[in-house]
Design a protein around this ligand. Structure first.
Ligand code: NCD
Length: 341
């Protein structure tokens, strides 16, 4: 693993499978009465959010706290950024406070890369979404959800997604989730198809490691997972489709369309969903929709990423049974998931 997590494209197949396997271990912590590990005790993590977020921000904070890190939350609104302070000055302030990791979400594509490579700061940098560019922990939590659902929780350990057919539908143009997923799913051996109106596909999509289609109904029967994207109005400066009704009719997922998917196939959404637009309430609330599961998996993935970037060689989840494993023990072995049950 590299020292920072800026792009899903930076992860090798082995890195990605290691994160997914570590997240499986971390998810067992959520099943315990006390959902906490001492792994990052004494480490400080700053959540630096320059753009709105619900799931990602709360999920990172939950992950950091479950690993016992000291957490500082920074939102641009109400900070000196509103007074015109630059990213550099903000970074130097954090450096002076001695932070170990910075989780950054920024409206400008490239801001996390700049932070990691500028020399302004020594901390590990984790990209929590930058402009329309990347959102690597989202792609990891999506891959984790697919592996669990399509391969199996235990059967999936050590496995990638070779041969699985994933369809991503909607506003690809403005979606960092789509970009990160295409990169990571390709690395993990999956076959990806993008379905979108031509106006919502980026220039150069032909060189991405995926296929492009325009007929959703034709692709659904050949999909193991269908990921719906929100139409990102806040990033739009023009009319990209005639009306919302027209968009929903051609690219929205409703009950009839979902029935065309194979029985085992799942519906995914990174959230926030706009019910009635890209997805109907019927589909969003169905058993086949993993949106809530994706959120809980997000905490495990972020714990895994923080642990792998900051945790060093300590075991991720030390055994807690007092008889065989006294408190504070840091034996140099990887915890055996089977023993944790
Ligand atoms: C996405 C994002 O912010 O990129 N949401 C998320 O992180 N769960 C997608 C979106 O906003 O539509």
């Amino acid at each position: 693993m590299q020292r920072h997590l800026i792009s899903a494209a930076d992860l090798t197949r082995d890195d990605a499978v290691l994160v997914l396997d570590t997240a499986e271990e971390m998810s067992r912590v959520a099943d315990r009465p006390i959902k906490k590990l001492p792994t990052l005790r004494g480490r400080t993590v700053v959540n630096l959010f320059f753009e709105d977020s619900t799931r990602t921000r709360i999920s990172f904070e939950a992950a950091e706290k479950r690993l016992s890190a000291d957490v500082i939350n920074f939102t641009a609104k109400g900070s000196s950024v509103s007074k015109g302070e630059s990213l550099k000055d903000t970074a130097q302030t954090l450096e002076a406070m001695g932070v170990d990791a910075v989780v950054i979400r920024h409206h400008a594509s490239g801001a996390p890369y700049r932070l990691a490579n500028s020399g302004w700061i020594d901390a590990a940098v984790i990209n929590a979404g930058d402009g329309t560019h990347q959102h690597p922990t989202q792609a990891l939590l999506d891959a984790f959800t697919m592996r669990r659902r399509l391969v199996g929780r235990d059967a999936g350990l050590g496995q990638d997604l070779t041969g699985r057919r994933i369809t991503i539908v909607g506003d690809v143009l403005h979606s960092r989730v789509a970009r990160s997923n295409v990169d990571l799913l390709h690395t993990l051996g999956a076959d990806v198809v993008l379905v979108a109106p031509p106006t919502l596909l980026p220039v150069g999509v032909g060189s991405w490691p995926c296929e492009v289609a325009y007929d959703l109904d034709g692709v659904l029967p050949k999909s193991d997972a269908v990921m719906m994207l929100r139409v990102q109005r806040e990033r739009m400066n023009a009319a990209f489709f005639p009306t919302e009704r027209e968009y929903a009719r051609r690219y929205g997922l409703n009950g009839d369309r979902m029935a065309k998917m194979p029985e085992h196939a799942v519906v995914m959404h990174p959230g926030p969903m706009v019910r009635g637009m890209e997805i109907t309430a019927e589909v969003a609330d169905s058993d086949r929709c993993t949106v809530v599961e994706q959120v809980s998996n997000g905490v495990s993935i972020r714990m895994a990423v923080l642990y792998l970037l900051l945790g060093g060689n300590e075991p991720a989840a030390p055994h807690t049974r007092p008889a065989s494993h006294p408190a504070g023990e840091t034996a140099a072995h990887t915890p055996d998931a089977a023993e944790e049950k």
